[in-house]
Design a protein around this ligand. Structure first.
Ligand code: LLP
Length: 421
């Protein structure tokens, strides 16, 4: 069910007109639907019904505390990849025993923060990192629960920048070396080895790469158990893709993904953890922007928006497609025309779409980028001294600003001038 629909010609987020939010907070802004966030979390939770499991939302996708709290109240755990994300999850009220710490380069300080505040497990990415977790745990007089992230050398068949499961990628330890690494981990008294972790990439649109990876994890579980390790938890990462266009074939559903997990790993009796990010938040958010100018070029028309690559980097960074719709629904029969849709930043890469068919638009019209809830606001920057845009959460007929737009003074006063100037 889509919670961003037209009603009487106007785009709504749940029961709130987008134009009403725009009038209240100004443009551009991100807006999220509570109902969509919860529905997507529930799809995963239901897909794993019958197995001992925890859905740990990969908060890197959209990390506003209001989003975290919404999901945590529904029972979600969190997957964090930095000390900052850990503290943010805690600030949103997530208990440490529901927080999983992933990420390739956890520092001793970050590890200390998590061990002090409580952690479900660390997903260890390398042997040197394992040594540091052990050392910090011993220093604090605690035992750190860990899994080891294995790299199964599987092609996730996704964009190269977000594929993580091939042997040439920086992630995890080669699965062929797992036996040796687990044997070493077992000798470190600051660690308790509880399971295996794997994550092969993001925006996967087929189940086959998951099946290959999870089959390898099943074999490894049996091998490690035979070698005397108590493997009781499997963290299977995230990565299930979302439809970015309404026209394309939809990727597999969480229920099909859940069935695959049960088929490949169900016989092992392990607790299952998954770390979905994009599928929970992606289609739960829009970026709304205003047309500043319509400019006629030599052979094309440009829609120049007040939103730019610093607000939504995905098209510039991954050639990502986002559907862009007019907030005022075009009347039936209106002929569309092609536009290059761009932001005001001084880079040619600040292009959201080329020759995209849109209804005729004029300065002042609002447009909405669909599927912008994941890896949107979190990847924004203040490039060109453009303030980070506000985030708004809708819940039924209510909406609330969950992050304010900073003032220019706040931005400028963050700089400090050395005494010699
Ligand atoms: N777990 C780990 C260890 C991850 O590295 C990631 C994503 C996830 C879970 C969540 O994956 P998801 O379910 O969201 O696919 N900025 C890129 C995506 C980067 C994904 C990084 N890791 C984009 O905008 O497409």
């Amino acid at each position: 069910m889509d919670h961003f629909l037209y009603r009487d010609g106007a785009l709504f987020a749940e029961d709130v007109p987008i134009s009403e939010i725009a009038a209240a907070v100004g443009t551009p802004f991100y807006v999220y639907s509570t109902a969509t966030l919860l529905r997507h979390f529930q799809l995963f939770d239901d897909a794993l019904e019958g197995t001992d499991h925890l859905v740990c939302y990969a908060m890197k996708a959209a990390s506003n505390q209001a989003i975290l709290k919404t999901l945590a109240q529904a029972g979600a755990g969190m997957d964090v990849v930095s000390g900052g994300e850990y503290l943010r999850a805690k600030a949103a009220g997530v208990p440490g025993d529901k927080i999983v710490f992933s990420g390739v380069g956890k520092t001793a300080d970050e590890i200390r923060t998590a061990l002090t505040g409580g952690i479900r497990q660390f997903n260890v990415e390398s042997e040197p990192e394992m040594e540091v977790i052990n050392a910090v745990a011993l220093e604090l007089g605690v035992v750190a629960p860990i899994t080891v992230r294995v790299n199964p050398d599987v092609d996730a068949k996704t964009h190269a920048k977000i594929a993580t499961g091939k042997s040439e990628n920086k992630f995890g330890i080669p699965i062929a070396r797992a036996s040796e690494v687990y044997a070493h981990a077992a000798t470190l008294s600051g660690l308790e080895v509880i399971g295996i972790d794997v994550h092969i990439g993001s925006q996967l649109t087929e189940l086959e790469p998951f099946e290959l990876a999870y089959t390898k994890v099943a074999e490894l579980t049996e091998q490690l158990r035979a070698e005397g390790h108590k493997i009781r938890r499997l963290d299977l990462g995230g990565g299930l893709g979302i439809p970015y266009t309404r026209a394309n074939d939809a990727p597999p559903l969480p229920v099909e993904y859940g069935a695959l997990i049960k088929k490949t790993l169900g016989h092992l009796g392990c607790e299952i953890e998954i770390e979905p990010g994009r599928l929970i938040a992606g289609n739960a958010g829009l970026m709304v922007s205003k047309v500043i100018y319509v400019k006629s070029g030599e052979d094309r028309d440009f829609l120049i928006l007040d939103g730019a690559m610093n607000d939504l980097i995905r098209p510039a960074m991954y050639e990502a497609h986002h559907d862009i719709v007019a907030v005022q629904e075009p009347e039936a029969g209106v002929e569309q025309q092609p536009y290059d849709i761009v932001g005001p930043v001084c880079e040619t890469g600040d292009t959201f779409a080329k020759q995209r068919n849109m209804p005729p638009l004029v300065a002042g019209d609002l447009v909405a980028f669909r599927s912008a809830g994941a890896y949107g606001a979190v990847m924004a920057s203040e490039y060109n001294t453009r303030p980070l845009i506000p985030e708004v959460l809708v819940h039924g007929d209510q909406f609330a600003v969950i992050r304010e737009r900073p003032s220019f003074d706040e931005i400028i006063n963050r700089d400090t001038i050395p005494t010699w100037l």
